[in-house]
Ligand binder design. Sequence first.
Ligand code: NAP
Length: 278
Amino acid sequence: VEEFADRYGPWAVVAGASTGLGAAFADECASRGLNVVVLARRRELLEQTAAGIRDRHGVEVRPVTLDMADPEVGTKLAGATDDIDVGLAIYNAAAEPQGPFIETPLEDLLSNITVNCATPTIFCYHFAPKMAARGKGGIVLVSSMAALQGIKIFTHYGAGKAYELILGEGLWDELRDLGVDALTYVVGSTATPNFLENARQMAAPDPAELEKLVGAGALENAAPRSPESVAAALFDQIGAGPRAYSHPDDKASAEADATKTREEVVSAIGKMTSLFWR
Ligand SMILES: NC(=O)c1ccc[n+]([C@@H]2O[C@H](COP(=O)([O-])OP(=O)(O)OC[C@H]3O[C@@H](n4cnc5c(N)ncnc54)[C@H](OP(=O)(O)O)[C@@H]3O)[C@@H](O)[C@H]2O)c1
């Protein structure tokens, strides 16, 4: 714990931390002795989350209400953190638009690019030079299995998360000689409140059609994982390479897909997502 806090402390910043996976990342940081700045839009929820982390771990927790789509996000981020040394910066917030590309309002397609591409860039651009100057620190971009191929119904979301995937990997190589560990965290299905709400809004697929696609019994192994387990699995992988997966099964599935044709991979996931779309 002391070694971790020395390398990645004294403060962590988690963007998108009022609930779910983001709150679980913040809790993991605190359990390793880091103080945490938690950022999100919902003030009350954020304060509740901050109080819980403070009570459990006895660290300082600073809740800051900030919308990652705010045009002034860079200045506001600086204002909220300029008096502290941030050794670990985790970008977890995401826009998660869904639906056929041509039926989605352009405004939503563009706000996907703001929250999933532009703001993560601003976030890294803000914290990386400060970490490089101190010769230590870590940056984590939270991406998705949806970033590994084109994904029908989530086309724009997948494309946005692919930007984060490659940004984190490139930063790993650029920053490692400066003592900073950057990486992309590729996350599979996780039972966050957000995920569960999205699932409620989707169509219930025909079980027979679903079984035809994934095979009998396969769904029993495909249940979403808990935010706590997915958050915990990140920490041993910081500093270990450009890309980490939230579970060995996700890594195995990504590696198996890499041996197939793109047509096969993209069509297979599209058949699956289509079943959940009304
Ligand atoms: N859940 C999954 O199955 C899954 C799978 C693959 C990848 N991921 C990735 O994992 C990350 C977390 O996923 P999640 O959405 O399920 O969970 P989450 O961590 O439970 O919720 C998202 C967090 O981000 C905050 N947030 C959302 N939009 C924001 C904005 N514009 N400005 C500031 N904060 C914002 C939300 O709080 P407020 O609403 O209070 O702002 C919330 O605290 C995302 O990057 C997502 O792409 C998730």
